[in-house]
Write a protein that binds this ligand. Sequence first.
Ligand code: PMP
Length: 287
Amino acid sequence: MSRQAYVNGHFYAHGDAMVHVEDRGFQFADGVYEVWAVFDGKLADFKGHMDRLERSLDELRIDRPMSRAALTNVLRETVRRNRVRDGLCYIQITRGQARRDHPFPDPPVAPSLIVTSRSVDQASAAAKALKGVAVVTVPETRWARCDIKSVALLPNILAKQAAKEKGAAEAWFVDDLGLVTEGSSTNAWIVDSEGVLRTRDTNANILRGITRHNLIDLAHEAGIEVSQRPFSVEEAKQAKEAFFTAASAFVMPVISVDGTKIGDGKPGPITSKLRTIYLENARSAAV
Ligand code: PMP
């Protein structure tokens, strides 16, 4: 069966799935999104991503297109129709379709709802994690509300492209103080030179990553201390280990930052342990 996408109440063949030219998501990036990892056809970290989706909508005063229960059914049906065992499920919700004008449509229009799902080759992702990946740093150029998971991703796209052009897998944003905020689509972590696991605190202008949140709990349970404290690029370069987290990457070891080798240039033991723990937990808790 070929791929299908859900758009505003209907499933379409992927190639025929469209939004209107005056959808505010298209014209203004006036919308939000969420991403779930799919394990064995089930959604990982389900509640965390759903809670964050509702928060993003509330922060932007975009109506919920349907109840949580109904939305859950659409997500599951999209995964099922696409026969995804291991992969990703994406949702985008925009403020809807209206004549182009900056203020919110008045009277309000129905939000647009798009759901897609695709398979991921987890064997090649696992092989990548065994080797580790390179990261480069870029100046922080984003707006002040990175806690909202907005579809407005232009700085993130430029950062990721810069990384790609330098043979790296991710770009870490660095603020005016020289401190790493987060990656273009991931949260950034190090095991510092003292052996402390560190990641930026959520008072900073970052996305409150669901993988990040769950990994903090799992690290505590495993007896690994976590310090939610900023780190500089220099500290990252001198770190024993580094990695990034996201629903699409789980825990991905970083073996170099701006060309400087991290530790011995191989995925570190704490990182590898955290990846295993995260995957075991997320798989068994998927719904
Ligand atoms: N930061 C940014 C900017 C992201 O886009 C993502 C991925 N959605 C993350 C962090 C990681 O968040 P999560 O663990 O919830 O996928």
